[in-house]
Write a protein that binds this ligand. Structure first.
Ligand SMILES: [Zn+2]
Ligand SMILES: [Zn+2]
Length: 267
């Protein structure tokens, strides 16, 4: 018994995350068109009609663009908190009452053998929240779309086997880049996105001996590069004496389905 997951797509052009156990198959966000969502599932060889449900993090279009159409096509239940439902309901099209479920912020809910814990983040949406997933002593943490990583969040996500963690931008690239000032201020602000540096600092605090995998996620296309993100985060981890390989995510290509290993010690 173990958890397996794939970051199907990551970045401001669309986000989707898939996680499965023996009994459950869950999707988090459907931020690309229905057709693209099908294509992503095809690439990891998972049949979307086997999904058990879709969890939503927040109503930004890069997280819900294909949500309504995908949920209708496969008749899937959607889980989101009340304010997120209010903010996104009108844009999803017609859903039946048995497709709409409330999953409160800062709560724990069991989906078969996967225990999902939601936690709030500081981000400019109605009530944005992300998740940790537990099964059989294993833990996977999904953490993107947040302005900063609070101590409360660190406590919730610490000591996970695997992280999907935001490294949105390089601060210098963003400052020097072509974005208008108000957009720069939004991204740099407390309810925007986490920089490479802040990502590294937060990861250094939360990872432990049992951490085996880190995926850097939600990279800005304009203000970051995969190499730069990996290098910046790596450097900060190295300064703390932490050596761990960092993995990329991509806006269009899913990461290969990764099975969380049952080995507890990182070497
Ligand atoms: Zn986003
Ligand atoms: Zn967002």
């Amino acid at each position: 018994m173990t958890l397996r997951f794939s970051v199907l797509a990551s970045g401001s052009t669309g986000n989707a995350f898939y996680i499965e156990s023996e009994q459950q198959r869950l999707l988090v966000d459907a931020g690309l068109s229905g057709k693209k969502m099908d294509g992503l599932f095809g690439k990891i060889d998972v049949d979307p009609s086997q999904l058990d449900g879709i969890l939503v993090t927040h109503e930004h279009s890069d997280h819900i663009k294909g949500l309504g159409i995908f949920a209708r096509k496969y008749n899937l239940p959607i889980y989101a908190n009340e304010k997120t439902w209010q903010a996104m309901d009108h844009s999803l099209g017609k859903l039946t009452i048995d497709q709409k479920f409330q999953f409160d912020m800062a709560s724990v809910r069991s989906f078969g053998d996967i225990e999902v814990e939601s936690f709030g983040v500081s981000h400019d949406a109605a009530e944005p929240m992300f998740y940790t997933f537990r099964n059989n002593g294993q833990k996977v943490a999904l953490v993107t779309d947040l302005g900063y990583v609070s101590e409360r969040i660190k406590k919730t996500v610490e000591d996970a086997d695997a992280y999907i963690f935001e490294a949105n931008h390089d601060v210098e690239m963003l400052r020097m880049g072509r974005y208008p000032w108000n957009v720069k201020r939004r991204i740099l602000g407390d309810s925007g996105h986490v920089s490479n540096e802040d990502s590294g600092l937060a990861l250094a605090d939360v990872i432990s001996n049992r951490t085996k995998r880190i995926y850097l996620a939600h990279l800005s296309l304009d203000n970051n590069m995969k190499d730069l993100a990996r290098m910046s985060v790596n450097q900060i981890l190295a300064e703390r004496g932490i050596e761990i390989e960092l993995h990329d995510t991509d806006p269009e290509t899913p990461t290969p389905l990764y099975e969380v290993s049952t080995v507890t010690e990182r070497v």
